[in-house]
Design a protein around this ligand. Structure first.
Ligand SMILES: [Fe+2]
Length: 179
């Protein structure tokens, strides 16, 4: 039986890897595409958070260095779960750094120096953007009665909002106490 898939090569599934699912193929395609963008963004945000962990400077170095390490670990931990959710549905997920670059909506930051307050604000905005994208993916999953994906995203939305909260509070302190 032929199945209509998206044109995107990264989302194409070999018939040998088409995990059985009672969900309609159109639902699998839509949810997989949505999860693959979240996956690319999780990798992009993971590396940006690590980048800032490595390059943060100044009087709050120790606190920020540790907070960003904790956040990058938590973001990285979501990647395997998102990718395996796609495979559980019968979709294909990302296969390379090139596929991440093609799918990501979170912007890289390759600047030579970023002031610490700006790092926190940028990551806060990125996490807000991710939470909004997860909410959209959650609605899509809910509409298709895919409660497995919806349940996974509920936890990730909460964790993303926790990161936003920490980044907001830490950057606020930086603003009011900056030397
Ligand atoms: Fe480290």
């Amino acid at each position: 039986m032929s199945k209509a898939k998206t044109d995107d090569k990264a989302d194409k599934i070999s018939p040998d890897l088409d995990t059985p699912s009672d969900l309609p193929q159109a639902a699998v395609d839509k949810i997989s595409a949505s999860l693959n963008i979240l996956l690319a963004d999780a990798f992009a945000l993971y590396l940006k958070t690590k980048n800032f962990h490595w390059h943060v400077s100044g009087r709050h170095f120790h606190d920020y260095h540790l907070m960003l390490d904790e956040q990058s670990d938590a973001i990285f931990a979501t990647t395997d779960q998102i990718a395996e959710r796609v495979r559980k549905l019968g979709g294909a997920t990302l296969k390379s750094i090139g596929a991440i670059a093609k799918h990501q909506t979170i912007k890289d930051n390759d600047e030579g120096y970023v002031p610490p307050g700006e790092m926190l604000r940028e990551l806060m905005d990125d996490n807000k953007q991710m939470a909004a994208a997860m909410r959209k993916a959650h609605k899509l999953a809910d509409d298709q009665e895919d409660s497995g994906t919806a349940g996974l995203l509920e936890t990730f939305i909460d964790e993303t909002e926790r990161r936003t909260w920490f980044l907001f509070e830490a950057s606020r302190q930086e603003g009011s106490n900056a030397a």
